[in-house]
Design a protein around this ligand. Sequence first.
Ligand code: RM4
Ligand code: MN
Ligand code: MN
Length: 426
Amino acid sequence: MRIDKGQLNEINQKDMAEHTARFDFLSNGLMKKGHGVEPILDKLSNFQVAIPSWALGAGGTRFGRFGFQGEPSSLEQKIDDVGMLHALTQTAGAISLHIPWDVPKDYEGIKGLAASHNLVFDAVNSNTFQDQGNAKESYRFGSLSNMGKAVREQAIEHNINVIKIGEKLGSKSLTVWLADGASFPGQTNFQTALRNTQDSLKDIYRALPDEWKLFIEYKPYEPNFYSTVIQDWGTSLMLANECGEKAYTLVDLGHHLPNTNIEQIVSTLMLKGKLGGFHFNDSKYGDDDLTVGSVRPYSLFLIFNALVYGMENNPQNPYPAWMIDASHNIKDPLEDLIQSLEAIQEAYAKALLVDQRLLTEAQQDHDVAKCQEILQDAYRTDVRPLLEKARLDRGGAVDPINAYRSLKVRENLIRERGADSVASGL
Ligand code: RM4
Ligand code: MN
Ligand code: MN
């Protein structure tokens, strides 16, 4: 389904008077405080977040899965869904494919379809955490770290194939997330597993085209519950350094033990020029994959504060690849993604309001209370009119969820695709 610009315009008109009043009030206040509103709007417009191809249908838990009617059952339909999200939010200008869940059949057709929605292909993701039907070797006891050479070779080969698929689509990066680890003490030898992983990653790295990047994602536990080979940012950074300059660490917000200081990790990686990719989600306990900003919005703001500082002060760090990595177990996946995109933009806009010069001065004066005031003043500002304006300027919706519902998108999708369609993915 494509968003009808005329209909969207009509829906926007209903909110326009209120939006304009709220925007004028906010921009006057910000200008009095010395903020330029235009540069913030530009930054918001340029902040594009990739949508993973596996997040467009219902997720599931190990206890079951409740399908969501009208799910996209082909890659083409998934691209259409991301196009629809982008049309409403103007923030979802990229799609990230997981292979082999979403292997294109007709490359030219897929590229043309994506371009017609103004979408580009972001990082491609390999999958060596599930066995594929026709595979000779099993990943039950690991992939790149496996004790068996044949298994490692199959996993390396798969990653090289994923790069080849990405090349045909115009992707420029490969994300590797491994489930490798052990569920019981004594099950594996830590040193052997790490050395094998390092050697395998180096083989993949050698196959990386010149202008490509390799993102190494870490995670402390799950699906293995005793140890994970790439358990933390330090291990990921070490492996990235071993591979070479095109290898980077990828931070997934849900991949930390409770209360980890993620903003400090982000700062360390950016100082070292090694933060390559970023997966957004929210969580209370583990890798809960909840809607961004739904549980800990202040933490998200503090992380964005570190990201903004890094983007402004660390030319040694490339512009990170942003992606939402969430699972939708009970909400409409598209509404969930709209909410996540909104939360990301909100945290980013608030971080842009932090007066870095004043903050540095307060830090130098050891004025602890003032430092906190500066951060919290930015955090407490209602920036939503800025988000609305940035979207409107690019032809999006004032209020994307409201537009989604008014346009009856889900109802239309169910009519087009049926109630039983199932998306590939987790
Ligand atoms: C993992 C990790 C990866 C994602 C898979 C589906 O926990 O977050 O990024 O590819 O889930
Ligand atoms: Mn992830
Ligand atoms: Mn995850």
